[in-house]
Design a protein around this ligand. Structure first.
Ligand code: FAD
Length: 300
């Protein structure tokens, strides 16, 4: 007999939402979570209906309280380090040496943002170095904004951010690789381009004051937008034989199923559309489909 009906690895927005759907379906659920959601440094989370402006800590506390009121849902603060699929059952091993089994498994482990070594960047991440204008653009509207980027991607990003403020500078961190049409469009819209390599970000407790350049000058700013690469949080999806998209997300179908029978994935691990609302929606869907599969397997 497996220990649980379902194991969920990652107890943040996607994982807790799946746990709620499964708990309300009277399933025995184990949530394993190391408690490090990717938005933990941001002071306020935005653009999630009914919770606009809540702190990530408050969101998490409320989500945990509501999920754990279902008596068949159990949370353990353990890191899952191994996972295998044997004969219709998953076995998950944790860093404490424990192991748990269940016929359904959800990976809701999120991603790790790979922040550049630029001094000040990590300290300002989520506070005044921002990745997403839908999450944090409104709060810096009409302020002095920077965008770090170059080439086609940098141009697309600065064009997007222009919607929030016309006081905008594109930092290409070296010679610009913009084509002539892009350069002319930036001039037309009054967007300055700074090619001098970046040296650091001057800030006070994460609140940006200026972009420091390698020539010793400083460019006063209120916030900067930057896109950073990411990697999957851990190797569990790889251990289980999941397929990945070209961008590096775990490949899932419309029902959050991976190609491995019984194995689901949801949240940032599966999509470039990073938002609390999207993670909650995907987790809820995964929970319901996991429950449907459990019913189908018993009710012949
Ligand atoms: C700086 C920043 C600010 C953001 N601001 C906003 C915002 O204002 N509004 C908005 O809608 N979205 C925002 N987002 C996006 C949003 O935070 C993510 O889309 C959302 O957190 C994804 O939820 P998730 O459950 O997939 O992953 P996460 O929230 O990242 O959670 C993953 C969880 O899995 C756990 N975990 C990972 N591996 C293991 C393991 N092996 N064993 C056990 N546990 C594990 C982690 O500790 C973590 O608790 C922001 C993102 C960032 C980076």
């Amino acid at each position: 007999m497996p220990d649980f009906n379902a194991i969920i690895i990652g107890g943040s927005y996607a994982g807790l939402s799946a746990a709620m759907a499964l708990g309300r379906s009277r399933r025995r659920v184990l949530l394993l979570d190391t408690g490090r959601p990717c938005n933990r440094q941001t002071p306020h989370s935005h653009n999630f209906l009914t919770q606009d402006g809540a702190t990530p800590a408050a969101l998490r506390a409320q989500a945990l309280a509501q999920t754990l009121q279902y008596p068949t849902v159990e949370l353990r603060a353990e890191e899952a380090v191994t996972a295998t699929a044997v004969a219709g059952c998953f076995e998950v091993g944790t860093a404490t040496g424990a192991s748990y089994t269940a016929p359904k498994l959800l990976l809701a482990t999120g991603v790790i943002d790979l922040l550049p070594a630029l001094p000040g960047f990590a300290e300002c991440w989520g506070i005044s170095v921002l990745h997403c204008p839908y999450c944090h653009g409104y709060e810096v509207g009409d302020q002095r904004l920077g965008v770090i980027g170059n080439g086609d991607m940098g141009f697309e990003f600065v064009r997007l951010i222009h919607n929030w403020s016309p006081r905008l500078t594109l930092f290409t961190d070296g010679p610009a690789t913009l084509n002539p049409a892009q350069q002319q469009a930036l001039v037309r819209h009054g967007i300055a381009v700074v090619e001098t390599p970046l040296a650091g970000i001057a800030h006070t407790q994460g609140q940006l004051r200026a972009m420091q350049l390698a020539d010793g000058t400083a460019h006063p700013l209120d916030a900067v937008f930057a896109r950073v690469p990411f990697e999957q949080a851990g190797t569990l999806a790889r251990q289980l034989g999941c397929a990945f998209t070209e961008m590096g997300h775990v490949q899932v179908d419309d029902m959050q199923r991976t190609g491995v029978p019984g194995l689901f994935a949801a949240g940032d691990a599966t999509t470039p559309f990073r938002a609390v609302s999207a993670a909650v929606a995907a987790g809820g869907k995964a929970g319901a489909i996991m429950n449907m599969e459990l019913i189908a397997e018993k009710f012949q």
